[in-house]
Write a protein that binds this ligand. Sequence first.
Ligand code: NDP
Length: 602
Amino acid sequence: MAHSRTVPPEALAELRERYRTERERRVRPDGVRQYVRADAEFGYYADDPYAGEPPEREPLRDRVDVAVVGGGFGGILAGARLCEQGVRRVRVIEQGGDFGGTWYWNRYPGIHCDVESHVYLPLLDETGYVPEWKYAPGDEIRRHAVRIAEKFGLYADALFSTSVTSLTWEDSSESWIVTTDRDDSFRATYVVTATGVLSELKLPGIPGIEDFKGHTFHTSRWDYGYTGGTPDGGLTGLADKRVGVVGTGATGIQVVPKLAEDARHLYVFQRTPSTVDVRANRRTTAQDVGADRPGWAQERRDNFLRIVSGESVDEDLVADRWTESAGLLEKLLPSFRRQGDRAAFEAAYEVADATKMNEIRARVEQIVTDPATADRLKPWYRYACKRPTFSDLYLQAFNRANVSLVDTADTHGIERMTERGVVVGDTEYELDCLIFATGFSVGVSGIHSGRLPVHGRGGALLQQLWRQQGPRTLHGFTSNGFPNLIQLGGIQSAGSVNYTHVLDEHAVHAAALVAAAEAKGALVEPSREAEDAWRAVLTDGAPDHEWFHAECTPGYYNAEGLGRRNGPSAYPHGASAFHELLKRWREESIDEALRARSVARD
Ligand code: NDP
């Protein structure tokens, strides 16, 4: 295969055919049903390895201004932005033992964020903090979450090790009744939900999974008691262990190099190789990022968002592989538009894509010394089919004598498990420990999965209504029949790879809605007409991604190869344009989302 910048037509035809056959090897008829929820199988949700026994406390029966469900970055930012608006009684309710959300639960060895820390960590201008690395380790990110919560006084009223079990609107008091698994039942005038997009752990439903007698855990509940060490490594408990890891996505590629350093032997069970691009992590100084200027962080993250939203900018401040390859990811973005000659555009796009993927495959060959292993590590699909990954350690790990790559594509993943280990083809791999880096139901929050029932006016169940009629919102935040309920980071808004930026814009919006309702003594509740109008905006501009996803290798982007995930559920012009739209709407039309109260506030 030629790795040049001009890919000849016969090479493109060859690639198309290879992509098709590699996809066929992987598509399974059970699609998303191949996975089971980790709580159902193993009760993982019950275990908090970091908090120990939660302290005893009396159940709460009081009233707060705002209940924020979830203490990850979404909830923290909502709390901070509400605080800026002068709202004082904000109670964050969090299942974990502290703030942090995804970064509280995920502490696996090697954990870093692959989005640049200077744009990923929110409120840098406000806190004065300047990250030390281009890509921050998980612990630095978690400590920043704590820093924001402390600065905005969110600890005072926070409830940790507590899960909200229901939200019920009470017409007579025009407030929400919030119940929890700690027997709380308190009222809140407003509820902001920030229940996350990476909170539903997923395990493959492998036959025999429960027969395995060795140790197992999911990467987001790392068992350092068993492995020893810390997120920096030093997993001395594995020195005499045969360890297996399932999953080679963004998590797997961070974990493998650390396991490789310390396990007696490591088996990496791969179904689909990731694209593994250069990461080039390095220490950075305040000077490098211009952190002496007020507003530097805001400017940098806006610049990044515009680039990855497919907009043109004069200067690329972050200048990494995300921004360099953003053009190839535009295909996935709702802002993608076919302009001019469609066939010419598609042809040019395919050449650019093939050039990039040839580079990615050439990198594997350059780094991995065993040709057979290198061959199995090469990804055969178009760049935007799966989330790209970045590492300067992962491919190198396969050059170690104690690391074996086991390709499971022909059997559509691990075939079965026995009490001794894992079976692939004719071989049983005996293991002491099997670690699942198998991810999450991405984008599915407790609200969408039904784990957190939300009852609005007249007892209507939000989940049931949305199942029957499809989601109905204004801008993704508020819904008719569910007054003073504001959903963060949800569908019918716009996402981005820099998710904390999105969450912050949503938090600003949520706080503005609360402030406007407080100022007018009103409820936040859009009309049915406003919801219909928003749905029309989403549907009219929706790009046609279906053909692209239909040709992609299976994954969570395309419902495991059986259907598309993106569609009219997102704002069609990208996150950057969505934030502009929200800002204008707040300035000109926010009163449209307000409705008179029937009950005077006490
Ligand atoms: P993913 O869902 O991305 O990956 C799961 C992995 O498990 C895939 O490699 C999948 O293979 C594999 N797998 C699933 N079932 C089987 C099976 N039966 N046999 C063999 N392999 C199997 O999970 P991640 O935890 O890697 O990522 C989840 C999310 O977290 C992503 O959105 C990611 O972006 C985010 N994340 C972000 C990071 C960051 O730095 N910003 C770091 C880590 C995660 P296949 O591909 O064939 O389905």
